[in-house]
Write a protein that binds this ligand. Structure first.
Ligand code: NAD
Length: 369
């Protein structure tokens, strides 16, 4: 009998429910055609949860997220909630999920589909065949370090402080994730830090090398200063395979890498926690885009980023690499056939809405399976 996976769906706000609905259709295809048994309970998060319960993340929702094999997340936020107090804002729902599930590793692939190489702002030959993975530390560093405060000085000026902090174990565990993933790819890791000017950078480099030498000597490790890494990403991005970096640099570098591929509507992500004794690993999969209030409810959203996030779920949480590759191939085929949503539209191509794009992907899955 096939194993039953416990998936938990959190559509959220704006286009979130539209793209998660399409992902549900893909789940249905896998159930019907690939012996894939799953439960897929759904709940509210973000602004939708605030409207119903007065909080962006309820304890009951969090309990279900903690029990799931994987969480499939849409997007949260919207202008109607911008003025809420900080703790009630929709984004706090996502931050609570990341915090409570202890999702310390954020995986952001930047993959350029051949059919979309003209959509990049870089020359096609620079991005053609691009396939890099940015592994960003997600729960430490300057976004969480204390003190974090604004004080008023005796002369009336204000003084704001954020604190960049990393411990050995935080660096070790993110380095291990990067090295393990590199072994499944081209076996190369570039570690980006600022060891020339920051003591956290010095520790980062020291620990990454220690983990490498002791446990992953087969992986090719190079160091790159984070500012140089930003430059190299636009100069010659294909030199990279896996890039591992801290929370702040990862935030910036992963958005830069996303732009190389042309569209925010195409890019998936995964956030992983630590494996427990039984090998269970908390995981959340989400598109990198937000709730796109400007196109919400119009049937225009590109569902591919969310559908490819489910492909990452198949690969990393459910151990079904072949099924993941099948879904990625189906997306590639649809693009090669000239189908586009509005955000990736090019002259001479066929423009589809959210649901019609999923129809095309399901048809491609039928053809490839
Ligand atoms: P956004 O990603 O929502 O939208 C940026 C632009 O890209 C918009 O023009 C939008 O129409 C377009 N776009 C995004 N996804 C698309 C898709 N799938 N198909 C077609 N076009 C797409 O970013 P924003 O406008 O800066 O933020 C809107 C809201 O989303 C804000 O409330 C923000 O806080 C929130 N946000 C949430 C997340 C998240 O849930 N993880 C991430 C980023 C932003």
């Amino acid at each position: 009998m096939a194993m039953t996976y416990n998936l938990f769906l959190l559509p959220g706000d704006g286009i979130g429910p539209e793209v998660i609905e399409q992902t549900r259709r893909v789940l249905g295809w896998y159930a019907a055609k690939r012996n894939f048994a799953f439960t897929a309970e759904e709940d509210l998060v973000g602004g939708a949860s605030y409207e119903a319960h007065g909080t962006p993340a309820t304890d009951a929702m969090m309990k279900k997220a903690l029990a799931a094999d994987a969480v499939l997340f849409g997007a949260v936020g919207g202008p109607q909630w911008d003025k809420l107090p900080f703790g009630k804002k929709p984004e706090q729902g996502l931050l609570r999920l990341r915090g409570d599930l202890k999702l310390f590793a954020n995986l952001r692939p930047a993959l350029c589909f051949e059919a979309l190489k003209e959509a990049s702002t870089l020359k096609p030959e620079i991005v053609s065949g691009l396939d890099i993975l940015i592994v960003r530390e997600l729960t430490g560093g300057v976004y969480f370090g204390l003190p974090k405060e604004t004080t008023t000085l005796p002369d009336g000026q204000k003084r704001a402080v954020d604190t960049q902090v990393y411990t050995t174990s935080e660096i070790e565990r993110i380095a291990r994730v990067a090295f393990e993933l590199a072994r499944l790819r081209s076996n190369r890791v570039a570690s980006a830090d600022k060891s020339n000017v920051m003591v956290t950078g010095v520790l980062w480099r020291e620990v990454v090398h220690r983990v490498h030498d002791a446990e992953f000597p087969d992986v090719v490790l190079t160091d790159v200063l984070a500012d140089n890494c930003a430059m190299q990403l636009v100069r010659n991005p294909k030199q990279f395979d896996v890039i591992v970096t801290d929370n702040l640099f990862g935030d910036v570098l992963s958005d830069e890498a996303a732009q190389l591929t042309g569209s925010i509507g195409m890019l998936p992500s995964a956030s992983l926690g630590a494996k427990d004794a039984k090998g269970r690993q908390p995981a959340l999969y989400e598109p990198i885009h937000g709730s796109a209030p400007d196109i919400a409810g119009k049937g225009l959203a590109n569902p591919i980023a969310t559908i490819l996030s489910f492909a990452m779920c198949l690969r990393y949480s459910l151990g079904r690499g072949e099924d993941a590759a099948l879904l990625e191939k189906a997306v590639e085929r649809v693009l090669a056939e000239g189908y586009r949503t509005g955000d990736i539209m090019q002259p001479g191509m066929t423009k589809l809405g959210t649901s019609a794009m999923t129809d095309a992907i399901l048809k491609a899955l039928d053809a490839l399976a």
